[in-house]
Design a binder for this molecule. Structure first.
Ligand SMILES: [Zn+2]
Length: 319
């Protein structure tokens, strides 16, 4: 009955999630643990093994043919290593080899979390049926991934489409990546909140100073909150327009917590895109909210494994 299951791992700075996913993208079994992000690398790996252990004890496990990992980046899929910014204990950590050993030698595929989300959106979400798409995750950071000519395009190391570190403000603020004026430095949730606070916005009685609170204030008409989202939308639009101009995407799918702001983000984003995506072939570009939600990382990691082969072959699974 379950002949083609894939084990998926979604590894982030907050949680490590695992699942058994069937050929229709349904999650049949799941496990999750908080990431011990500030402990040493072996402790983090033990948490991964604990999550995998919850899957391997299931009678379904014998049907799991391959393992797909979507991890916070940077990742290096060619070396099988990860160095997530928010998990300091892992630097060039040989995650593929360690997971390979933990699952009895099944094939393991690694992609960045933005690429995983893109695979999920192309398989089951808003990018379905689009041969050329950019998917963005706007959250604590800004990540992304590309579908080109109908296939997931992870790039040699699994990081292609990392739109958060395109510079859109040449003399802008220094970014933790070493560059300046990056999309992420302007459009991530923490930076939307930081800019609103700097410009005089103040949280309500509950003290919530997150981007979600700024979004609520913007919806209520607070001009500083509106301006902070408009600035984020401009940065995203400039990055999306650059991508459309380079590789002719026809849709940009925007997910992540900040996309939950809805029209507060999407209305100025569509307006700014009309200003930046001006060439004839970029003008038809659509913008859509992501559809795959909180399971995008798991479903996308499963999609990226596809045939248990290289990430570039993943589109074979995206039908
Ligand atoms: Zn940067």
């Amino acid at each position: 009955m379950h002949t083609d299951l894939v084990a998926a791992l979604d590894i982030g700075g907050t949680k490590i999630a695992g699942a058994l996913v069937d050929g229709g993208g349904r999650i049949l079994l799941r496990a999750q643990r908080p990431t011990p992000a500030h402990e040493d690398g072996e402790s983090v790996m033990r948490t991964v093994e604990d999550v995998l252990g919850r899957l391997t004890v299931s009678p379904l496990w014998e049907h799991a043919m391959a393992v797909g990992i979507g991890s916070a980046g940077p990742v290096d899929a060619s070396a099988g290593t990860v160095s997530p910014v928010n998990v300091p204990g892992w630097r060039d950590f040989p995650l593929v080899e360690r997971v390979h050993r933990a699952v009895g030698g099944r094939p393991v595929t690694l992609v960045g979390d933005g690429v995983a989300m893109t695979a999920a959106e192309h398989w089951q979400g808003a990018a379905r049926g689009h041969d050329n798409a950019l998917c963005l995750v706007v959250s604590t950071g800004v990540g992304g991934g590309l579908v080109l000519d109908g296939r997931l395009h992870p790039g040699p190391t699994g990081n292609a489409g990392h739109i958060g570190h395109i510079s859109v403000d040449l003399d802008g603020d220094p970014c933790p990546c070493g560059s300046r004026g990056c999309v992420e430095r302007i459009a991530s949730g923490p930076n939307i909140a930081r800019r609103a606070l700097e410009q005089g916005w103040r949280p309500g009685p509950d003290g919530d100073a997150t981007a979600a609170a700024v979004a609520a204030a913007a919806r209520a008409g607070d001009p500083v909150a509106v301006a902070s989202f408009r600035r984020a939308a401009q940065a995203l639009a400039a990055g999306i327009a650059a991508t459309a101009t380079l590789v002719e995407i026809d849709i940009a799918v925007v997910g992540g917590g900040v996309a939950g702001a809805g029209d507060v983000l999407f209305t100025p984003l569509r307006r700014a895109l009309r200003e930046y995506a001006t060439l004839s072939f970029a003008q038809r570009l659509q913008v859509a909210p992501a559809l795959t939600g909180t399971d995008a990382g798991l479903v996308g990691a499963a999609a990226a494994t596809a045939l248990g082969g290289r990430p570039g072959e993943a589109a074979a699974y995206v039908v």
